[in-house]
Design a protein around this ligand. Sequence first.
Ligand SMILES: Cc1cc2nc3c(=O)[nH]c(=O)nc-3n(C[C@H](O)[C@H](O)[C@H](O)COP(=O)(O)O)c2cc1C
Length: 745
Amino acid sequence: MGKNYSIDLDKYGEFPREDRESFIKELDEIEEKDVVLVFFGTQTGTAEEFATTFSQEITEKLHIQSLLFDIEEYDMSELLELPLYSKDKGKNVIVSFFMSTYGEGEPTDNAVDFWEWIQNCVENDVNEDKPLKDLSYVLFGLGNKTYEFYNLIGRELNKILKNWGGASIIGEFGEGDDNEDTEGDFQEWKEKMYPCILNYFQSSSSETIENDEPTEFTSSFNIKYIDDINSQKDVFIGELSRDGPRRWGCKDNSIFELNNNNKQEYDVKHPFYAKVSNCKQLFQDCYDSYRINNDIKDTKLWDQDVLEATDICKVEDNKINIKRECLHFDIDISNSNITYNPGDHVAIYPRNNESIVNNLINLLGVTEKADTLITLEKNPKSKSHNTPNISMPCTIRTALTYYLDINAVLKIRQFEIISGYTENSQEKEYYNNIIENFKNTSTNMEKYHKTLSQILKECPETKIPIEVVLGDLLPKITPRYYSISSSPNANPNTLSVTAILVRYPLFTTSSPDLKLNKMVYSEGLCTGYLNSIYKNSQKENAMDQMINELNYDINTLHPPKLMIPISIRESTFKLPRDTTLPIIMIGPGTGIAPFRGFIQERLWQAKQGKNVGKTILFYGCRNRNQDYLYRQELEDIKKELDERKSQNDNNIKSFDLEIINAFSRETDKKVYVQHRLAEHGEIIWELIREKRAHIYICGDASNMARDVQACIENIAKTVGGMGENQANILIKDLKLKGRFHEDVW
Ligand SMILES: Cc1cc2nc3c(=O)[nH]c(=O)nc-3n(C[C@H](O)[C@H](O)[C@H](O)COP(=O)(O)O)c2cc1C
């Protein structure tokens, strides 16, 4: 399609067009005149999920053609050509964007190029041409109000499209706040948006748009079973891959990827499968307490795909105590060409628990076909142009284990689809109640906490065709990001992860004999996966078994089970280039993760003969004997430094490390990091004001980060004698100068 539409694209700055698809070409391939294009910028999949729902409902409910695009994969400079193209072809096109904000008001990884390009456009356009003046757009931003730059990407994009581009917005700019209820915000917004979209097409189209009752849901795909496959090499076995299937082999007792020869770069769409070189538990005897049947979610009993907490649970009086666990992993990145800096993030791709997959396969009634190869082919009766969330051909078991999030909490659209697949009036009523309840009261969908298996268990007469489950119902598994807790210089070829296990207590069985009470819980997808890797690695001969399992029988073929798919995401949470500058790190709980890397790096720098500035860590946890992460390691480093100092050791330059702890449950008084920070106001102030210290906060976004910032402002007032306004400006100024960093979630 390219430059047919006489726009001088280069004038606005270059877009990396290589390897990008053309959305105008795809638009050209469909006959319909009225089309909604839907782009998403997502990190953990929410924006993609909303964009998918939006696109599907536009087609199913409004009967308007819609195309869905990952913003990363398309040449977005075509936006400039789109108005002329549409005019030329007599098409009415709406462009919609679902954009999440990350970092400190930054775009998601898949939107980085688009974001740079559109900002360059604004800068390069001296004449302010309003090149998008004939473009109509729809915009929904996803963010979290606890962040300073709430929904910055959505808000800025709105301004750019409107003010610079001259485009017109349809309906209202929508915003979802993850701190409250993004799903509810989206529901409300889209219900108002649909009439606006209809209106737009009705007034601009020569044809009449029929929008009576929504038609019945039609599966986007038909399933095709493949009995004989010519070439096994074309089969996907659960690997994550930008291009074709991937295979692993074994030599000298170690596993390596075949046919790769390190040529392929590893990224989020083509992760590196890494060996775990070491993993261990970090907490000692640490528990969370729940009152029996009181603190627990109101939910029906079911006996599958939840875990009974017998081995991690202690009953005591009228309480159930469930174990808190935190795992440390050292991941081997040798032979991967992967590099990282302390403070970067690692993406980990989880997979579903085998027994939960088996349950679901049974409940769906596909046990016999579970290991047959399938592909999903477009259903000619469906108008949907969506692509499936699975790599094909693969087996149903592979799709449900590696590609689809079978534990995802079902949302309203999924209930709408499911309700069409039962003849039982009670089940229908049950679904309708959930849908109505949600629509009328904006109840947070998480409250229901229903997964597909639970629903199928509760409603046995619901029979959902497998192609709907695979192609329309389940979202894809997205990677989870962790702050890397190591320094590459101190640990060549290793990357560490510190992960607290996420457990959702669901209910307790209540027995008059308290000792018989049990807790039932479900696990977070990624930490459950990491826990299974940890447990497996504790078994004898785990590695040998994994190697043995790499046999090439198509029915059991899978990526190496104990290897973790990873990729790196660069972060702005970086140590100062000038090693002599002091740093103040505040990171309670797993917020310590990047600081373990920082401390390792500073120690390494000192050992290399560099002068290293004062390094203070404020670390908080409940109790020094239970959940003090890396206590031994930190104490060992302190000891080593003290010994070297007392011996006037010239092999290491100065490295003044101070660790200040806040233990919240050791005394009657709750002591948190901000309290300890306030106690050290004088030195903090001196380091900030006189010594150009960098401040780093890592951990909980909603309370801790806010309280710590308020505490630093207070120090500026009480110690530095600043007024309210001045103290506020000081923090803003530090941020602008790149001396105040946050890595919060
Ligand atoms: C590390 C991290 C940083 C974030 N930074 C911001 C931010 O600066 N502003 C904001 O409004 N939301 C921020 N968020 C919230 C996300 O935008 C929000 O959770 C969104 O729903 C995620 O959508 P996604 O699943 O499409 O990536 C951040 C979330 C995380 C985990």
